[in-house]
Structures are given as structure tokens and as C-alpha cells.
Write a protein that binds this ligand. Structure first.
Ligand code: SF4
Ligand code: SF4
Length: 72
């Protein structure tokens, strides 16, 4: 299962911190709200480094994790 970064447009204040830390250049500001332009590149370039989530001061980017528990 591939998880994707989820952007909460209501929380984004357009500060651009996530754009500046993204080495893969897949985040851009559109009308002052961050937008992910190339999901595949995020995966292949940095393997979902999650830096964008770490630096975001408003919690506008999150990575939903799915925990699977296997029965023995
Ligand atoms: S997880 Fe890393 S590579 Fe992907 S968008 Fe965020 S900062 Fe960029
Ligand atoms: S760091 Fe957070 S608030 Fe700033 S532009 Fe990125 S998503 Fe928006």
C-alpha cells in the first residue's frame, strides 16, 4: 500500500518552508497554498523523506500511516 502526503489546504499559510526543504522539487506554491506536483518523483527521489511534514509549522502536511498487524 502506497501512502501519499496529505495537504490540508485550510491549514497552509503559504510560508514555503516545505518547498525549500524538498530536495526533489515536487512541492510548489500555487496561489499561496502548497501543492504536490509529482507524487512519483517524491517516491523515487527521496523515498518519502517526510521532511516537509517535519518543518511545517501548522501541520498542513501529514503522512497517514497504515499499521498492519499480522496474525501468527
Ligand atoms: S516527502 Fe520529501 S521528497 Fe516528498 S514532498 Fe516531502 S520533502 Fe519532498
Ligand atoms: S510548510 Fe506548511 S504552512 Fe508552510 S507552505 Fe508548506 S504546507 Fe504550507
Amino acid at each position: 500500500m502506497i501512502s501519499m502526503p496529505v495537504i490540508d489546504r485550510e491549514k497552509c499559510n503559504g510560508c514555503g518552508l516545505c518547498v525549500s526543504v524538498c530536495h526533489c522539487k515536487v512541492l510548489v506554491l500555487v496561489d499561496n497554498i502548497v501543492t504536490l506536483i509529482e507524487m512519483k518523483k517524491c517516491l523515487s527521489c527521496n523515498r518519502w523523506c517526510t521532511l516537509c511534514e517535519e518543518v511545517c509549522p501548522t501541520g498542513a502536511i501529514s503522512w497517514p500511516l497504515e499499521i498492519l498487524i499480522e496474525e501468527p
